[in-house]
Design a protein around this ligand. Structure first.
Ligand SMILES: Nc1ncnc2c1ncn2[C@@H]1O[C@H](COP(=O)(O)OP(=O)(O)OP(=O)(O)O)[C@@H](O)[C@H]1O
Ligand SMILES: [Mg+2]
Length: 355
């Protein structure tokens, strides 16, 4: 127990993964926040942000970004009492009423919602334990009202100088070697996810972080939505489809070469799986269309591959595409086509690279 921290009781049973793997809940002050400490040194950054929540004193705290619509805030924490301490990353989220019970009990379903901080914490811990592609989470904070959590904070390692995949990809349009390395790293990450049986339901290039040392494994962030029970072939198709659709500028009429390249990647990942034949037909649809809400990616994973009705899925995706506010122009610009050709060339090169 950390000095100055007060142990708190819990009125309701909390998820087993939380009570078994962390020390808590503890209170550092009368801020109203309760903390679960997952790693020994987490008390210092947790106390720093707790002090900020209580007093508004932002020493050691930098607000990186605020997403009003999604009620999320991101901070960098540099504890002032230990200037040599590493920095920490904190993601704070406000829970809509519908998700509060699920967050309390650690349940995810259509009634109580899927993506709350409790689910994100559990997914982050699993990803970090089972693969080299997770981010360490040190502490978890909660603010209760009426017996339910209304705000939650994940306190993680700070990925210093890492950048999202799409940013690095854009910066190095002319560097074929670097792009090939990035795609190889991405492929390695998909292999790890396949082997761990983890489906990340929002693996777009902005949720994949790249180290300044390009040889370091990529990290998958934003793990609010995951499935651990998906068919491996459909899961791999979903990972590739979401990622390549966005990396190709969300183009709704991609070249057939890109779809072929995507299917070759899929074969390299899950060619031997029983669900491959269905996944191979599904993947071009996912490369072509946005699968953002109101489409449910989870629906693709719910039943086995033999139950997927690809014709109905295609119709739905097409209909949604036409009504999306950001529906891309039917005509694909010359620049977009050139960028797509480069992406295809990078996939070809990557596939023929021997390591
Ligand atoms: N551990 C970390 N260290 C440093 N920066 C991070 C870390 N985790 C996330 N980030 C940065 O914060 C951004 C937002 O994080 P995240 O994707 O988890 O939240 P989000 O609400 O989904 O935001 P968005 O909708 O922009 O993806 C990331 O794009 C990344 O730049
Ligand atoms: Mg994100």
């Amino acid at each position: 127990m950390i000095t100055g921290a007060r142990r708190e009781g819990t009125r309701w049973p909390r998820p087993q993964f939380l009570t078994a793997r962390s020390d808590g809940p503890v209170a550092f002050s009368d801020s109203g926040w309760r903390w679960w400490l997952i790693e020994g040194h987490a008390g210092l950054p947790a106390r720093t942000i707790d002090h900020y929540f209580r007093t508004g004193d932002s020493s050691g705290i930098t607000l990186l970004r605020e997403k009003a619509a999604k009620s999320r805030r991101f901070y960098r924490i540099a504890p002032t009492t230990l200037p040599d301490s590493p920095h920490y990353f904190a993601k704070q989220m406000t829970l809509p009423p519908r998700k509060r019970l699920g967050a309390l009990l650690g349940r995810s379903n259509p009634l109580v919602g899927y993506s709350h901080g409790t689910a994100e914490l559990s997914h982050n811990l699993a990803l970090n334990e089972q693969t080299a592609h997770g981010v360490r989470t040190f502490a978890f904070g909660e603010y209760f009202r009426g017996g339910l959590p209304v705000q939650q904070v994940l306190l993680q390692e700070y990925l210093v100088d890492w950048q999202p995949f799409n940013a690095v990809w854009k910066l190095h349009e002319d560097n074929a070697t670097l792009r090939r390395t990035l795609l190889l790293q991405f492929f390695d990450m998909l292999v790890s996810l396949r082997d761990a049986g983890i489906s990340h339901l929002d693996l777009h290039p902005g949720n994949v972080m790249v180290s300044p040392d390009l040889q370091a494994p990529l990290r998958a962030i934003d793990c609010g939505q995951m499935s651990m029970e998906a068919d491996p072939a459909i899961s791999a198709a979903l990972h590739l489809g979401v990622f390549l659709h966005e990396l190709n500028g969300k183009c709704t009429s991609p070249s057939s070469q890109l779809e072929d390249g995507a299917c070759r990647l899929l074969y390299g990942l899950v060619g031997a799986e029983a669900g491959f034949a269905t996944a191979e037909r599904l993947l071009p649809l996912l490369v072509r269309h946005s699968t953002k809400k109101p489409f449910s990616r989870r629906c693709l994973l719910r039943h086995g591959p033999d139950k997927l009705k690809l014709d109905a899925i295609e119709k739905r995706l097409l209909k949604l595409s036409q009504h999306r506010p950001s529906a891309p122009a039917a005509h694909v610009s010359g620049t977009a086509r050139r960028q797509e050709q480069r992406l295809i060339a990078s996939i070809d090169e990557m596939m023929t690279t021997t390591r």
